[in-house]
Structure formats: structure tokens, C-alpha cells
Design a protein around this ligand. Structure first.
Ligand code: EPU
Length: 337
């Protein structure tokens, strides 16, 4: 394992923010990962784990060891006539795994096509899109505990998944490094095409017979039409989570704003943060290097050479305005460093 010094992090975060890591290591094996953790401990360097860098906003240089997880591999560990259990290295690019599953005829993650990031980061925030969440196909994951360096297996229950949430954002935060994730995929898929524009896009494509591939293609088209490509314009997907309000708070808001959309959840009513942000006048607004994306106001973008601080300030201005206008607190989905 090679430790590099003073590494520019711009290529390693999808916002394209140019901060510097004092120490940097890319690890390809579990042994290299353990060596990197030991190095950080012995040199008293804080450790920062990087997957695809698609959910972070860097607002400062990092005086510490940034470890990029490049653990690869996709392996069937067991199967039966209906299902396949596939263990996937944490460093595998999420969309590459989705395409692999589709090519093998394994169903369950096709609606999650084109989500940026790596497999190792996917359980942390229980990635979700177009009516499907990761937890539905999650089986278990393997992780290394940072304090003891012991290996742990987390089953679905222990991960305690919620909307954009898991134990790794709460009491296990910063304590483990995920090394692989095992998924339980279906050999006889049921298709989920209820959400939003999927049906319409499938019809436009002339699809008569549903297939994993046809659904994936439709999702890719929908995403590309709404969400900016991080390779062309820096962004980290949704900057905020959609707030879930208690029923009575939602009713109050509805009295003042009769058009506010709301989706009932077990614990309240989920409202689209995109709606609040658009109604408050922030959609497509540009302030120098940063702004809200014209097609999806939940996505903040770096138009050029933005500093992380500029994006953070914009997000705080938006949050304050939403709180003032609607009495709703927006929570960040992106991790700010
Ligand atoms: N809306 C507006 N104006 C807009 C866009 C949307 O008012 O310009 C309102 C509309 O009421 C619309 C609703 O927001 O019906 C929902 O919009 P959309 O289907 O685009 O989804 P979202 O709730 O804004 C979530 C995820 C996305 C995911 C989509 C599709 C979160 C925080 N975001 O966005 O995930 O792709 O659903 O399932 O839950 C991500 O996490 O990075 C991400 C892109």
C-alpha cells in the first residue's frame, strides 16, 4: 500500500471541489485496508473513508489519511431456483453492479440504475429511487471495526434501515468500514413501474413486454433528463432529504398551501423538498459559481470552480428560507466535511 502526500481531491468527489488531502491511499485488498488503518493510528492521523465521493461536500483541506476503497469483485455465494445471493466488493461502482445483475437476469435493483457512488456506500443511506430502496434486496454486509480491526457481519435487521438512513448514520457512524455487501436478487423478477414517469417512458420506447433491461433504460432516460451528469457539472444528487412531517403539521401547511404534495408514510407525511424549494423561488437560481439545478431544485450544482464553502452557504440560505416560509427544517443528505 502506497501512502501519497498532498493529493488533490477534485477527481475523487462528484461536486468537483478542489481540496487537498495531506495523506492518501487507495486500497485494493482487505490487507491493504488494515495496513492503512494501522498507519493512520500509528501516525495519529484522522481517517476519512472515500467511496465514489458522490455524497460529500468538502469545505476544507483534510489533514489526515483519506482512504479510497477499491475492493472489487462480484461473487455468487449461494443460490436456489428463485434467488441468487451475490457478494459485491465495496469499491464496485454501483451502476456497474446494476448492469451486471441485469445481464444475468437478476431482478430487484434495476430501478436503482445510474445512481452515482459505490456499492460500499449504498447501505449507509439506504439508496432509493423510483419506488425502490436498497433495503428490499439487501441481505447482509461485511465491515471492519475501526477500534478492534475485527471483522463484523451486519444483517438487515441490525442495519436498521429507514428513508435515506441506517445504523451507519447513527450509532455506528464512523466506527466501521464496509468491505462488501451481499444482495438477495430474484431470478423471477416482479417489476416495479408505478413511480412517476416510468410507464410513460416505457410506452414512448414502444415496450410491450416488460424486462429488466427495458426498465433500466427507462430509468436511465428519466434520470438523464432531470439530473445533471456529475462528469459534466459538479453535483452530489439530492442535497437535502425529503422531510417527513407529523400528520397535524402537514394538515396545517395544507390549509395555507392547498397544492402542497404529500405522500403518507408509516411515521407521518413525506413532502417533496423540491416543491418547497421551487415554491420559495430557488429553482434554477445561480449565484456565481453555484446554484440550484434548473430541472431539479433539490440538486445543488458547482457550475465551475466553486469552493465547498460557497455551496454550504447556499444550502444554509435555502434551509433558512424554507424554515421561515414553511416552518419546515430541511435535513442534509450530503455529508459536509
Ligand atoms: N418537484 C417540484 N419541482 C421540481 C421537481 C420536483 O415541485 O422541479 C416536486 C413534485 O411534486 C414532484 C416531487 O417533487 O412530484 C418529487 O420529485 P422527483 O420524483 O423528482 O423526486 P424527489 O423526491 O425530488 C427523490 C430522491 C431522488 C430520486 C427521486 C426519484 C430524495 C432526497 N431524493 O427525489 O434521489 O432520484 O426521488 O425516485 O429522496 C438522490 O438521493 O441523490 C436522488 C437523486
Amino acid at each position: 500500500m502506497k501512502i501519497e502526500r498532498n493529493v488533490a481531491l477534485k477527481p475523487f468527489n462528484t461536486f468537483g471541489i478542489n481540496k487537498v488531502a495531506s495523506h492518501f491511499a487507495a486500497v485494493n485488498t482487505e490487507k491493504e485496508l488494515l495496513d492503512a488503518i494501522r498507519y493512520a493510528k500509528s501516525h495519529r492521523l484522522p481517517l476519512f473513508i472515500l467511496g465514489g465521493g458522490s455524497n460529500i461536500l468538502l469545505t476544507r483541506d483534510i489533514d489526515g489519511l483519506v482512504v479510497r476503497i477499491d475492493l472489487l469483485g462480484i461473487e455468487v455465494i449461494k443460490e436456489n431456483p428463485k434467488e441468487v445471493f451475490v457478494e459485491v466488493g465495496a469499491g464496485v461502482v454501483w451502476h456497474d453492479f446494476v448492469l451486471h445483475a441485469i445481464s444475468q437476469g437478476w431482478g430487484g435493483i434495476e430501478n436503482l440504475s445510474l445512481i452515482p457512488g459505490t456499492v460500499g456506500a449504498s447501505p449507509m443511506q439506504n439508496i432509493g429511487a423510483y419506488g425502490v430502496e436498497l433495503k428490499e434486496t439487501f441481505y447482509e454486509l461485511r465491515a471492519i471495526a475501526l477500534d478492534s480491526l475485527e471483522k463484523h457481519v451486519f444483517d438487515k435487521e441490525t442495519c436498521d434501515f429507514g428513508y435515506r438512513d441506517s445504523i451507519f448514520k447513527r450509532k455506528a457512524k464512523g466506527k466501521y468500514i464496509i468491505t462488501s455487501v451481499t444482495f438477495r436478487l430474484s431470478k423471477t423478477p416482479t417489476f416495479n413501474v408505478e413511480y412517476g414517469d416510468i410507464q410513460r417512458t416505457l410506452e414512448a420506447h414502444g415496450v410491450r413486454q416488460l424486462s429488466l433491461n427495458a426498465i433500466s433504460k427507462a430509468i436511465i432516460e428519466i434520470r438523464q433528463s432531470k439530473l445533471p451528469d456529475p462528469k459534466k457539472i459538479g453535483n452530489a444528487g439530492s442535497f437535502f432529504k425529503n422531510p417527513v412531517l407529523p400528520q397535524d403539521k402537514f394538515k396545517d401547511l395544507q390549509r395555507t398551501f392547498p397544492n402542497i404534495p404529500g405522500y403518507p408514510q408509516p411515521d407521518g407525511v413525506k413532502i417533496p423538498a423540491a416543491w418547497l424549494i421551487e415554491q420559495a423561488g430557488w429553482k434554477g437560481k445561480r449565484f456565481g459559481n453555484v446554484g440550484g439545478h434548473p430541472n431539479q431544485p433539490l440538486v445543488l450544482v458547482n457550475f465551475g470552480n466553486a469552493e465547498g464553502e460557497e455551496l454550504l452557504i447556499l444550502s444554509e440560505e435555502i434551509s433558512k428560507d424554507i424554515l421561515r416560509k414553511y416552518g419546515v427544517t430541511l435535513q442534509r443528505e450530503v455529508n459536509v466535511i
